[in-house]
Design a protein around this ligand. Sequence first.
Ligand SMILES: *Cc1c(COP(=O)(O)O)cnc(C)c1O
Length: 502
Amino acid sequence: MKYTSTRDASVAIDSAQAIVNGLSPDGGLYVPQSFPGLSRADFDELCGMDYPERAAKVMSLYLTDFTYEELLSYTRKAYARFYGDPCPLVGVDEGLYVLELWHGPTCAFKDMALTMLPHLLTAARRKVGEKDKSLIMVATSGDTGKAALEGFRDVEGTDIIVFYPTGGVSDMQKRQMMTQEGENVCVCAIEGNFDDTQSAVKNIFADKDMGERLHARGFKLCSANSINWGRLVPQIAYYISAYCDLLNEGKVEFGDKVDFCVPSGNFGNILAAYYAMKMGLPVNKLICASNVNNVLTDFFTTGKYDIEREFHKTISPSMDILISSNLERLLFEISDRNASLIAERMDALKKKGSYSVTKAELNRMRALFEVGYADDDATKSAIDAAMDLYGYLMDTHTAVAYNVWCEYNNACPEDECPAIIVSTANAFKFSGDVLTALTGGRKDADAFEDCKKLSAFSGAEIPEPIAALKDKKIRFDEVIDKAAIAGKVLEFADVLAAKDKA
Ligand SMILES: *Cc1c(COP(=O)(O)O)cnc(C)c1O
């Protein structure tokens, strides 16, 4: 299987090279040249497997320059870090299920891919003969930074440095990063907002001089961003796995279609569901749920993607996004893989802040995708309703999806397919807002107090990784100006190089 670029049809490289590169030099995203199919026999085989085996099997169809055994050794290591079943499918009502993707080390769905990426990246580097160590650099508004730190910590041949805006992440997220353990990690807060942090980090990636200075120290900068194919491919597996669980439990017959409703931001998670469908997963509808940053809802309704709009801070911050990078991969398929057209549109997005698709393309998308959004009040009501109706505790992101699914279900009662709500974070990660939704009270200044109250109210246990934070030592409390980021990266590289020598 070769990989091409969404913006240049002449590109054809192996998956290892695509993972090492991250982004294609033309600015496009790597996509497989074709989609592998899953037969009835494949599903029978997958049904008899545990999750690490299912994930390795699905990935082996895409990463053909890796062996199944190789991939299985990585999935075994990655998913051993989860607490119990990595992605249980929980039945909450007749024909309604929640796919819980947050049983990993940081309690958010990013763990499903970021525990795998370090193994894929180190192996891919070996395969392409890369000599430098990989220095992972991340700008984060919360979940990605912590999940990347946990994924890469103490992984041979890699080091990681994470920058976050000092006022732009939740208390629990900040605490998670400041207490990060591991010998190859560095975390630093930036004065300013997420955009400042993100553009400063992007500038470093683009800076040739910086690249040379790091190379002289034996390092190559790498991104753990969700546009990397190595982050997307592990996500396809859990959609297929959820269907196998339904088959095993006798809830569906092979071929029966299901709906998935996905709380979306960068469009990576729901894109993985689309890819699973292209492989033969029986899907009726993919429901794309947004918060009040509803650029995707508007796009799927009108055909115009327009970022000239106000940016809102919400209680589902991991979906506070205006540019959904992975949408480019869907556009590529919908346009019949027209790379030059995609390049034009992405250029228009950059220069004018918008682009439009044709009527025919819009209709093609609408045949499969449904959309909707929930504001903060609707999200809180959904948290309350899920607790009342099913005794189910959900976080603010999952509740956006639940709200949007309820609206869809009311509007389309003729759709009788089983529905799977994709749950992307544990409720205790956003304990203050979840508690407020359930009790109508105010948030406590101390997020741990809210965790205790939420546990008492719901009867749910505080997950281990969050409970353990309270007693962890603060290791990283430095706050720097964004102009000092490059210096900080070089300083970290020097410390690491000295350590490697010793
Ligand atoms: C990242 C994230 C999302 C959005 O996922 P995308 O793949 O970017 O669409 C939703 N919920 C949570 C909790 C997240 O961390």
